[in-house]
Every structure is written in C-alpha cells, then in structure tokens.
Design a protein around this ligand. Structure first.
Ligand SMILES: Cc1cc2nc3c(=O)[nH]c(=O)nc-3n(C[C@H](O)[C@H](O)[C@H](O)COP(=O)(O)OP(=O)(O)OC[C@H]3O[C@@H](n4cnc5c(N)ncnc54)[C@H](O)[C@@H]3O)c2cc1C
Length: 497
C-alpha cells in the first residue's frame, strides 16, 4: 500500500493550491476528489458551445506585479489562465432605486467616478478608500510580508461590522448602499459580517478586475499539471467516506469504494462540518464537534445560465448588481412572493471577441429551505416538481432582468439553472452555502475555523479558514502549508519567484 506524506481530501482551489505548494517542496502528496471533475467551485460546464463558470467569475489584482498576479506567477498559472479586463471606469455597476453607480478601477478613479453620482460626498468616498486600504495594508499576508506574530488582521477590522463601518463613513443612505453594492461577493449579514471581509474584497477588485476567458476550470487544470509534474497524484471519482484513526492520529482514509489510502498527514478541503462527520473518534471532543456543527453558513444561490442568440446581445464589460429593496442588507430576508430582491448579472468572457455576448449568468440569493423538500434527491433525479420549481424561479429572474434590459428575453436562445441543491451536491458544502462559514464580528474567535484541528496530523484548508474567494483561499493555503514549511519560508519563495 502506498504511504503518502500528505493526503489531501478535495480538489477545490484550496486543496489544489496546497497540493502545489507541498509537492513543489518535495512532499509526496495525493489529492482525492469525489467528483469526476476537479476544482470544486472552479468547475465549469458547456451547453451548446458556451462554457459557464459556476463559482469563479471575476478576479482582482491581476495587473503586473499586483498581489494575485504575484501569486499566479508563483503557482505557474500566468500562461494557462486567459483573462479579459473589465471596464476600467465601471467594472461593477450598482443599480439601485432606478439609478446606476459605477465602481471604477484605481483608487483615484474610484473616487472620481463615484463622486459623479455623489458630488457632495467626495471626501467621504475618499475616506472609504483610505480605510479599506489601511485594513489591507495592515495585514502582512495580504502584502507578502513575513510575519513575526500570529496577528494577521487588525482587531478593529475584525470587531467592526461592515454596516457600522459604512455608517461611520457617511450619513447618506444611498451612498451607504452603493458602497456595499457588491455585497453578494461575501453574502454579508447586517451587524455580523466583519469589516475586513468587505475591505479586503473591495480593495482587491478596485486595484484591477478581470474575467476569466474560456472558463475557470483552466485554473484547476493548470494546477493539476504542475502538481503531477512535481510528482504528486490526483484521483477523481474518489469520495472519502471516513478518516481512520489510531490512538493519537489519523492513519488513513477510506473511500466509498472501500479503498484505503494511508498517509502521514491529512488536509481536508471539505467543509469543516463534513470533515467532522467523517471523524468517528474520541480524539475529537464533543465540545469541538458541537462548535463546528453550530457554525452558521452563508446563504446559497439560484443561478440561471443563459445562452444568447448569435450576435444579438452586445458584450457587457461590467458586472451588474441590481437591488429591488431599499437596503442591500434586506435581500437575504426575502419572502416567496417578493423573490428575487436582488440579482447579479454577468456575461461570460468569450474566447473570440466579436463585441457580442454568447452567454451570461443571473444569480440571486436563495435559502436552502426553499429546496429542502428535495433534500433527499440526487442530481438529475429530483422529479417533476423540482423542475417546475426551477422553471418558475428562472422565469421570475429573467422577468426582473427584462425590466433593466428591455428586450433581452427575446434574445435568449436557451437557459438552464442551478439551485442550492446543485451546489450542495457538486461541492459537498453544507446546504449549498456559497462561501462557507459566516464570520461574525460579535463572535470573532468562535466563527474562525483554524487550519489546525484537535488531531495533530489533520489540517484544514479552503474558504472556511481565513476567507473565501480566490484571494482568501490562496492566503488560506499558505497558512495551512505553513504548518509544514513555515509561513515565512513560503512568503520568501513567492517573493523570490
Ligand atoms: C456562485 C459563486 C460565485 C463565486 N464567484 C467568485 C468570484 O467571482 N471570484 C472569486 O474569487 N470567488 C468566487 N466564489 C468563491 C470561490 O469560488 C470559493 O471561495 C472557492 O473556490 C472555494 O474553494 P475551496 O477550496 O474552499 O472549496 P470548494 O470549491 O468547495 O471545493 C471543495 C472540494 O472538496 C470536494 N469534496 C467534498 N467532500 C469530499 C469527499 N468526501 N471526498 C472527496 N472530495 C470531497 C468537493 O467535491 C470539492 O471539489 C464564488 C462562489 C460561488 C458559490
């Protein structure tokens, strides 16, 4: 039987990045992925020639030498992942109360463009930029600085909520909403979501924002190629059923097909609740188990994947965040009759740029409860009532889009949709939660999942430690691999690459 230095469960972005770092540094690794396709949220699918992303639509800080660009350089991704820059003067459009406001790239440009809509608020918009920059600048890992203590974020940014922060910036309620207009990027909850989440994400995209051309699976495929070149192994259709434990550590994992894979160390890229479920051992105390089970998760979503008629719909180089409610914070509290209260509309970046769009995504929040009656079904076998439910929701979302883009529905060739059940079954994230565990500024330590577990040779990675999104998960992978190599050694390696 093979004995690996590190067995990584799950090939989401977190698992793949850990696989890359550790195999590059001589560890014998194997990644085990339950699905046929690698990548978790990096998975894509193609319908009638149009490739759709499912969980990675746009990324930031990719101008030369910006933060993610430096990470992409280290992870050998620059040649394999093709990008298209969003509109520099409006990469995100916030549609609120019949008006549209633009987020522009570049700090000065951001202030300039937004001040057009709020001429009396220029100073406050500048204060917003200054403060989110301060939060980002204070964090060593978000600046590739070596760390000399375990403090990764300022206390204030952890203990202040996003809404408290924007209220301290301005009394103008519309501007407060606009500054939080990208809230679906973190599924924020009023009086809970900490400032650092919004600050790091906004700062990330304001520096530069790009769509991935041809599908986000290119990130997973490139990482796979590198891991294998370093001698690592990746097995798909390999669902881990349980961790086998000895007296004081994990000895192996058992797959659903009965195969046993032994290792010296284990990294779980699964949701922490799914990880704990697979640990039937007294090494995990009840208090730890209970704490993990009680963690609240971020909301899920309903998405419509639209294929347009050929050469009919001009390519929209901006992400369109629309709100029907007077406050962006209310949208998770929808009722069946007033759903959807918001949506995010994004075009897929086409491989060949004709000026027209081939396909788009239309995403709105959805609670798992809305699909709970089909919870015991599996993909493709959920029955007619589920199909009718999805059709009704898709029709409603498209009708909402039509209000902002008159005539758009007549340009739709075909569409399909996904629900919280789809995300639950394709990523094994609890209740199809978009971004995993919800961070709460009132309980900062309790809602922070450590990369360390109660078992000395089991670690966690992915969006539930540190933060979600391509940047949050990348920093998370460095934190996890820091347990093997030391965080500063990895930072030095990145800086020297
Ligand atoms: C709708 C949506 C849109 C998003 N848009 C963006 C965006 O535009 N930009 C951005 O930066 N981020 C975006 N994100 C967030 C980003 O995709 C995630 O934070 C990130 O990809 C999560 O990576 P991960 O490694 O934590 O886990 P996941 O992607 O959840 O991967 C976990 C992996 O573990 C596997 N697994 C689970 N259980 C088992 C088991 N028992 N055995 C074996 N394998 C198992 C799963 O199959 C999966 O492959 C979006 C997310 C969603 C849901």
């Amino acid at each position: 039987m093979n004995k690996y230095d590190v067995v990584i469960v799950g090939s989401g972005l977190g698992g793949l990045l850990c696989g890359y770092i550790l195999s590059k540094n001589g560890y014998k690794v194997i990644l085990l992925e339950k699905n046929n396709q690698l990548g978790g949220c990096l998975q894509t699918f193609t319908r009638k020639g149009v490739t759709f992303d499912t969980g990675m639509h746009y990324i930031g800080c990719m101008d030369d030498n910006q933060l993610l660009h430096r990470f992409f350089n280290y992870f050998s991704l620059l040649n394999d992942v093709k990008l298209r820059k969003l509109d520099e003067n409006g990469f995100d459009t916030i549609s609120l109360n019949g008006n549209q406001y633009k987020y522009a790239m570049g700090y000065e440009n951001f202030v300039e463009q937004l001040s057009n809509g709020f001429p009396l608020e220029r100073k406050n918009i500048q204060a917003f930029i200054n403060q989110i920059r301060t939060v980002a600048d204070e964090s060593p890992l978000y600046n590739l600085r070596e760390i000399n203590q375990q403090v990764l974020l300022s206390t204030e940014s952890v203990k202040t909520s996003v809404n408290e922060f924007v209220s301290s910036i301005t009394n103008n309620a519309t501007l407060q909403n606009v500054l939080c207009g990208n809230i679906p990027l973190y599924a924020g909850i009023k009086n809970k979501t900490p400032l650092y989440i919004q600050a790091l994400i906004s700062n990330f995209y304001i520096q530069s924002a790009y769509r991935i051309v041809g599908g986000s699976h290119s990130i997973a495929h490139s990482l796979k190629k590198s891991i294998e070149a370093f001698g690592g192994e990746i097995q798909t259709n390999a669902e881990v059923k349980k961790f086998n434990c000895g007296a004081d550590s994990i000895t192996s994992v058992e797959l659903t097909n009965g195969e046993i894979i032994e290792g010296k160390n284990f990294i779980s890229n699964m949701h922490p609740q799914a990880t704990v479920e697979k640990l039937d051992t007294p090494l995990i105390r009840k208090a730890y188990r209970d704490r993990i089970y009680q963690l609240e998760n971020t909301i899920s979503n309903f998405t419509v994947y639209i294929q347009f008629k050929k050469n009919k719909v001009p390519y929209l180089n901006s992400n369109y965040y629309h709100y029907n409610s007077s406050s962006v914070w209310d949208c998770t509290d929808y009722q069946t009759k007033n759903w959807p209260m918001n949506y995010l509309y994004m075009h897929q970046a086409p491989e060949v740029h004709t000026g027209y769009s081939e396909g788009a995504l239309l995403i709105s929040y959805m609670h798992f409860n809305d699909v709970a009656q089909w919870a015991n079904t599996t993909v493709g076998k959920r029955g007619t009532s589920y199909k009718e439910f999805k059709e009704e929701k898709a029709t409603r979302l498209i009708a909402e889009l039509e209000k902002s883009f008159p005539g758009i529905s007549s340009q739709i060739e075909s569409y399909s949709s996904s629900s919280p059940l789809t995300y639950r079954d394709y990523t094994a994230t609890k209740e199809g939660s978009m971004y995993g565990v919800l961070r709460d500024k009132n309980f900062p330590t309790q809602t922070l999942v450590s990369q360390r577990t109660r078992i000395p040779n089991l670690f966690m990675t992915g969006q539930n430690i540190n933060s979600h999104g391509i940047l949050g998960v990348t920093i998370g992978a460095i934190i996890t691999c820091g347990e093997f190599l030391g965080i500063n050694a990895i930072i030095r390696d990145i800086n020297n690459t």
